[in-house]
Write a protein of this length. Structure first.
Length: 736
């Protein structure tokens, strides 16, 4: 028994000896490497560079460890393992969507943290260790330069890691911070630096956009707030502040603004632009990411009844909820701090349920039951309409034609039959049609419409509900058509005036003319066009007497009027006509000036007589204006210049004059009140005169002293100025 007692007493001594050895070995293990969990990955931020370059900054609680990197081609992924590091991120999955980076996912296990970068395609990458940060440069060259004045460790896409030290240089600083309103209401912040390749970190925090410029100094006079509310952009304020050798710029968006952010760097200029979303983009964003603003809730259940969890949500949301008897089953869910309306959507989608909301009452039922209920309501509504009493109403049409409105109401049905009778003072109905047989008709199957052309009114018979809908539609359709005042001036000017008007501009500054600009003539004509967006400089090229038709745009109409007045006072030209005409939007207007040439033509018959016929030789202008929603005018222009040519004999014994025709057809977009110049039609006059003294001029030799020979060459150009002005409803011109 004693040996057994001695052996049992030796066990505690052995345990103490092992514990002492482990205590002595513990410092050695600590010196070998950092213990698991001594480092923590605290945040991941992005910084947009030039082009498609993006930098990811991993912020750690201590010196950045040496990472292990491996890549996957399909799908494109870069995995970075951080040894002896735990995870302290608020979100393990971050959507980036900048440059080639789509998202970043982080996970921790077995004493290390793995960060997976999801890419659109595999790109070059460059990893840099800088203090307690690990920076991953994506999209640039394989070996990017290190940041100035920093001892760094870098790792390229080849996987090799090496330490580099950049030479010191002049301190980087901001030279200017400017704000401008960009196209379509975008807010653009322009930061001017004294160098290039500045490290930029752009994050969004508490609804604000924070721009951090590492190692960039901010002068004292630039540390201020820019209140840009009056610019009507998504940006409200821009605050620039200094943080030691770093600069922080905080951009505060306007309340309720929806925008997309764009950041890029060109040379020493950094641009950050907030572009407002269009209606289509807002709708697309709402469909892709529904807005949840309910009170946040946390749910953690295993096999809980669906009716019970719906009751919990109703209590939290403080809403009335009606659950159909057909809703049953259980669900397991783990939701942490999510809005209650999002949690409700998740549960409904998971179980094939739907909901309808009427004020503060939510009804939950299977989707099939809701669909059947809506079908039953529609059938009941249709049955009620079929039994509803019919009413007749006369609707007066003020601006449109009643028959056109009737065709719209009947949709694809034919136009009304018959015509209105104006004799005897009684109007005959021009026809009637019902809605039966036409599923697209705005009328009910029992409804019909009759047109009275004499009073331009409609007699509509239908249910009260349909009559209200038809009246509302007619109120939107029966509106006055906008009109355009076409002012034209026909000018004959000599070459001195046309040179002073347009010889300084021989090219096109900002063409608004349609590419389909053509010139045709009975002779040999080419085609040309020029356009100018500012001032009154135009380009009217001159060639031979056959003329080269051209078109130009003048924005400064006031200066043009001064030029034309000066032209007449200096006898450099003459305004031969200034016709004006008003036409409706989309309707053609025609202006003609010229003469009809009479000629005799022989007739074949028993008396062998002659008849007088006429041919037109006119200058004609056809204009069809179209008003755009932004108050510009698209004009289809056609100008034709006819002149009398040679007389050609006919087989009947008469002669017919030939007509030389020059024409130009174009489409041009101009601002309201701008002037289009059509030119290139030339007239050249050659005059040779001889004067002499009677009798004496006929003396040989000496007679030449009493004679006077003169030769005159005069070349003039025909210019047509067309100015459209949009008229307001009171027939006053609405021009700038």
């Amino acid at each position: 028994m004693k040996p057994m007692t001695h052996r049992s007493r030796s066990l505690p001594a052995l345990a103490l000896l092992v514990a002492a050895c482990l205590a002595l070995l513990a410092p050695v293990g600590a010196m070998a490497g950092p213990a698991a969990g001594s480092l923590a990955l605290q945040s991941i931020s992005t910084a947009a560079g030039s082009g498609d370059r993006v930098s990811l900054r991993f912020k750690l609680s201590g010196p950045a460890p040496s990472p292990s990197v491996f890549t996957v081609e399909k799908p494109a992924r870069i995995s970075i393992d951080l040894p002896h590091t735990t995870l302290a991120l608020d979100k393990r999955y971050q959507r980036i969507a900048e440059g080639p980076v789509q998202a970043v996912t982080a996970a921790a296990a077995d004493g290390k943290t793995r960060v997976v970068i999801e890419l659109t395609q595999m790109v070059n990458y460059h990893i840099q260790r800088q203090g307690d940060e690990l920076i991953v440069h994506l999209g640039g060259p394989a070996h990017a330069p290190a940041a100035p004045n920093a001892q760094t460790a870098t790792q390229s896409s080849s996987g090799a890691e090496h330490d580099t030290a950049s030479p010191s240089g002049p301190a980087s600083a901001i030279e200017n911070i400017d704000f401008r309103r960009g196209d379509q209401g975008a807010g653009r912040i322009e930061i001017t630096l004294n160098g290039t390749n500045a490290p930029v970190d752009i994050t969004r925090k508490d609804g604000k956009i924070v721009v951090r410029l590492q190692g960039i100094q901010l002068p004292a006079h630039l540390a201020r707030r820019l209140d840009v509310t009056d610019f009507a952009t998504p940006v409200r304020t821009v605050d620039a502040m200094s943080r030691g050798d770093n600069t922080r710029i905080v951009i505060t968006p306007a309340k309720g603004a929806q925008f997309q952010r764009l950041a890029y760097q060109t040379g020493n200029h950094l641009y950050i632009e907030l572009q407002p979303l269009t209606s289509a983009q807002k709708k697309q964003r709402e469909q892709a990411h529904p807005q949840y603003n309910g009170k946040k809730i946390s749910l953690s259940f295993q096999n809980i009844k669906i009716r019970s969890v719906l009751q919990i949500i109703a209590d939290v949301a403080n809403v009335n909820m009606v659950v159909s008897d057909s809703v049953s089953g259980t669900i397991a869910l783990q939701l942490d701090d999510v809005p209650w309306d999002q949690a409700l959507d998740i549960i409904l989608n998971a179980k094939g349920l739907g909901m309808t909301r009427n004020n503060n009452v939510i009804t939950v039922a299977p989707l099939t039951e809701i669909a059947n209920r809506e079908k039953a309501k529609a059938a009941a509504r249709e049955a009620t309409n079929n039994l509803a009493p019919l009413h007749s109403e006369i609707i007066q049409i003020n601006y449109a034609r009643a028959s056109d409105i009737a065709n719209i109401l009947k949709s694809d049905t034919a136009a009304p039959h018959g015509t209105a009778s104006s004799g005897g003072g009684n109007a005959a109905p021009s026809g009637n049609a019902g809605g039966s047989g036409n599923n697209q008709s705005l009328l009910s199957p029992r409804g019909h419409v009759t047109v009275d052309d004499r009073t331009n009114s409609l007699l509509v018979t239908d249910t009260r509900e349909k009559l209200d809908q038809i009246r509302s539609l007619i109120d939107r359709l029966d509106i006055p058509v906008r009109q355009v005042l076409i002012e034209s001036r026909i000018v004959i000017a000599n070459r001195d005036f046309t040179r002073s008007l347009g010889i300084s501009q021989t090219g096109v500054n900002n063409s608004k003319l349609n590419n389909a600009l053509s010139a045709q003539s009975s002779g040999s004509l080419g085609s040309a066009y020029g356009a100018n967006n500012g001032g009154y400089s135009v380009s009217l090229p001159a060639t031979s007497a056959t003329s080269l038709l051209s078109a130009s745009i003048i924005s400064d109409t006031f200066s043009l009027n001064l030029q034309l007045s000066a032209m007449e006072s200096e006898d450099n030209g003459e305004i031969i006509s200034s016709p004006r005409i008003i036409t409706a939007d989309g309707q053609e207007a025609n202006i003609e000036q010229g003469q009809e040439i009479p000629y005799q033509s022989g007739t074949v018959g028993s008396n062998q007589g002659t008849s007088v016929q006429f041919k037109k030789a006119v200058l004609s202008l056809d204009v069809t204006p179209k008003i755009t929603p932004n108050k510009k005018v698209i004009m289809n222009l056609k100008v034709t210049q006819d002149s009398v040519g040679k007389y050609v004999p006919t087989s009947q014994g008469g002669s017919v004059p030939s007509i030389d025709t020059r024409s130009l057809t174009t489409q041009v977009l101009v601002d309201n009140g701008d002037t289009v110049v059509l030119g290139g039609i030339f007239e050249q006059t050659n005059r040779d005169t001889t004067g002499d003294v009677p009798f004496v001029s006929k003396v040989p030799l000496l007679g030449a002293l009493f004679k006077n020979h003169s030769r005159q060459r005069n070349k003039q150009e025909l210019l047509v100025f067309v100015t459209p002005k949009i008229l307001q409803n009171n027939l006053t011109a609405d021009s700038h």
